[in-house]
Ligand binder design. Structure first.
Ligand code: PBG
Length: 316
């Protein structure tokens, strides 16, 4: 076995998996107002920023694709997440700004209500306090249309409402946005690895948890069912989230679907690597590139990662 591993060139010739800078997607957190850059304490190196700040640094972004999250301030939140549907909301503003500065950039938007609702759940509630599926899906459709109207290339629904992909596809088509893709967070698990994100996006549920709509971590067959349903509903992309503890799911989806597949290396996965690197116990660059290569090996075409800018830099 060692003959073909003897030199770097031989190893490269035999390489089964590549990692390219075009394979990574950078998540960005957008706040309202101007001149705001706020470090996210739980995610070293990650910030929340206002549209003007993002606009000023757009030209220097190395990533070829971004995923936008709106982070409204508390007074902008309400029970139904109404500010998420506004054509002039923070995400549509950021989309317009990015598209005018960087028409080459692929702009993906997160479609979910949790950052916009006072209770922090991903949809609207029934009187008894449960997340109400169909009305929530209808709102997500309108939210996606507002993003598409601003010029987003891809809407990425992450709320895990049943039927949300079908509703979003229909709403987009009826509003004249037949060209806008839907990247379904198809198999999204109720994961403790989202912890640092909820600090970044101020989106922790005010009561209860998300286990009534997100997948149970141990359920592999159910994750495949979710993805098949999203494909049938018209998804253009599938996604698995989180990434590293769920590589078997990435591999399963790769086997059952011919759609392009993304994996989301989430906030907890990022922060674990950052803190280990800061503690000097792993080599950051090597560990990150290895992690990303292995996510690709499992079957992901693209990886959503807070390391996207560093990866582009490292890969030159
Ligand atoms: C919102 C959403 C979450 C993430 C992306 N979209 C958090 C959640 O479901 O609680 C997690 C992203 C990350 O941890 O990096 N629905």
């Amino acid at each position: 076995m060692r003959r073909s591993r003897r030199t770097e060139t031989l190893r490269q010739l035999a390489a089964e998996t590549t990692l390219d800078r075009q394979d990574v997607i950078l998540p960005l957190f957008i706040v309202s107002g101007t001149n705001r850059t706020e470090p996210v304490e739980s995610m070293p190196g990650v910030v929340r920023e206002s549209v003007d700040v993002l606009t000023r640094r757009a030209a220097g972004l190395k990533s070829s694709a971004v995923l936008l999250f709106g982070v409204p301030d508390d007074p902008e939140k309400d029970d139904t997440g109404a500010s998420a549907l506004r054509d002039d909301g923070i995400v549509p503003q950021a989309v317009r700004a990015l598209k005018s500065e960087r028409p080459d950039l692929a702009v993906i938007t997160d479609v979910c209500l949790c950052g916009y609702t006072t209770h922090g759940h991903c949809g609207v509630l029934t009187e008894s306090g449960e997340v109400d599926n169909d009305p929530s899906a209808a709102l997500l459709g309108k939210m996606a249309a507002a993003h598409a109207a601003a010029g987003a290339d891809v809407a990425a629904p992450s709320a895990m409402m049943d039927g949300q992909v079908a509703v979003i596809r229909e709403t987009l088509d009826n509003a004249g946005f037949g060209q806008t893709c839907v990247m379904a967070y198809a198999s999204k698990f109720a994961s403790a690895f989202y912890g640092p994100f909820r600090d970044a996006a101020h989106s922790a549920p005010g009561f209860g948890d998300r286990r009534g709509y997100q997948l149970t971590p141990g359920n592999r067959r159910e994750a495949v069912r979710e993805a098949i349903l999203d494909e049938e509903e018209g998804a253009d992309w599938l996604m698995v989230k989180p990434a590293m503890p769920y590589l078997d799911i990435v591999s399963d989806l790769r086997a059952v679907s011919r759609l392009p597949l993304a994996a989301y290396h989430v906030s907890g996965e990022y922060t674990m690597l950052k803190l280990a690197a800061q503690a000097g116990v792993i080599s950051e660059r090597e560990a990150v590139l290895e992690a990303m290569t292995c996510i690709r090996r499992a079957g992901a075409d693209a990886i959503i990662t807070y390391y996207a800018e560093e990866i582009c830099q490292w890969l030159g």
